[in-house]
Design a protein around this ligand. Structure first.
Ligand SMILES: Nc1nc2c(ncn2[C@@H]2O[C@H](COP(=O)(O)OP(=O)(O)OP(=O)(O)O)[C@@H](O)[C@H]2O)c(=O)[nH]1
Length: 311
């Protein structure tokens, strides 16, 4: 006879919920930051530049009575390049696979065409419940939050609408509770303590890209991609990991910007990335960072595949 209980904890499955959520919203509305706040650690990278996130990174929220696996998606936007089209198809397929969608709209900006475009897209995903999250409430007075709740309410048919702030923690727990309330009953999907199922190399590459994005000019962010070529403990040492990575840009001029005068900028990027990777891996890290030009990689299907962006 099979039983539905979790044999490791003795928890009956009918008291436990588990499943997947994804956050959707315009670029830069705070999706990654909110996911990190829910998970309680830094899993997705964040930056003040739009479209930092390119991969469906999963953060796992562990509760005594639930496990919520959050799939982080790139900001949905009207496609302009082949990369954009792939990102959008990644988002669309994610929407139909999750149990609940968190639709993020920031409190500090009027509801605009971008939010309406997404709301229209979401209206097509009929079977998945949508929780609207009004983010960044710490940036505006309460009256403005109230006005935004009404404006967001007019965008579509939502299971709940909740204001929250990942920065001061306001109602982050409640946002988690509401998302969890839409999950099916079931056993934990990941072992306790796991925070993400992204391979470490992908997280490391994302941390390097985050460091490289700091302070670069407007047109560059979309042109940067990072691949970790090799990552392994140094022979004979258990306290040092060697990381060999490539930073790819699309043009020679961009390579110059990334490297900086006599390599000064690349050194700064390397030092900043190394600190973050050391924190992630909990060990000392030697980081070898090279910059290469992959001409127009965003428009080249072969290069996109090589960098991990599949159809
Ligand atoms: N004040 C405030 N700032 C926030 C909050 N959440 C996010 N931010 C900031 O908003 C910016 C964008 O946050 P992200 O979490 O990277 O946004 P995103 O929606 O994941 O962005 P993409 O990956 O581009 O789609 C960052 O500078 C964050 O620090 C918040 O609750 N309050």
């Amino acid at each position: 006879m099979t039983t539905l209980g979790d044999t490791t904890t003795g928890r009956p499955a009918d008291h436990f919920r588990s499943g997947f959520a994804c956050f959707i919203g315009r670029p830069n509305v705070g999706k990654s930051t909110l996911m990190n706040a829910l998970v309680g650690t830094k899993v997705a990278i964040t930056s003040s530049r739009p479209q930092t996130t390119r991969r469906a990174i999963r953060g796992i929220v562990h509760r005594p009575d639930a496990q919520l696996v959050v799939v982080d998606t790139p900001g949905l936007h009207k496609p302009r390049t082949l990369l954009g089209e792939r990102l959008d198809s990644l988002v669309r397929s994610t929407l139909t696979e999750v149990d609940v969608i968190g639709f993020c709209v920031p409190a500090d900006q009027p509801v605009g065409p971008g939010d309406k475009y997404i709301a229209r897209e979401l209206a097509g995903v009929r079977r998945t419940p949508i929780v609207a999250l009004v983010t960044k409430t710490d940036l505006v007075p309460p009256e403005q939050v109230a006005g935004q709740l009404l404006a967001v309410g007019r965008l579509g048919d939502f299971a709940d609408i909740v204001p929250c702030s990942a920065v001061d923690g306001f109602q982050v727990g409640l946002a988690g509770d509401l998302l969890i309330s839409h999950l099916p009953q079931g056993m934990p999907l990941y072992p306790e303590g796991d925070l993400t199922d992204e391979p470490e190399q992908v997280l490391v590459a994302e941390l390097i890209r985050e460091a490289a994005l700091e302070g670069v000019r407007e047109e560059l962010p979309h042109s940067i991609a990072v691949m970790v070529d090799e990552m392994a403990p140094r022979e004979g040492r258990d306290d040092l990991i060697d990381v060999y990575a490539h930073l790819y840009v699309e043009r020679d001029s961009q390579k110059g910007i990334i490297i900086g005068h006599k390599g000064s900028r690349l050194r700064e990027v390397g030092a900043a990335a190394r600190r973050q990777i050391e924190a992630l891996l909990g060990t000392k890290v030697f980081l070898d960072l090279r910059v290469s030009v992959l001409k127009d990689w965003q428009r080249d299907p072969k290069q996109l595949r090589r960098l991990g962006f599949y159809d």
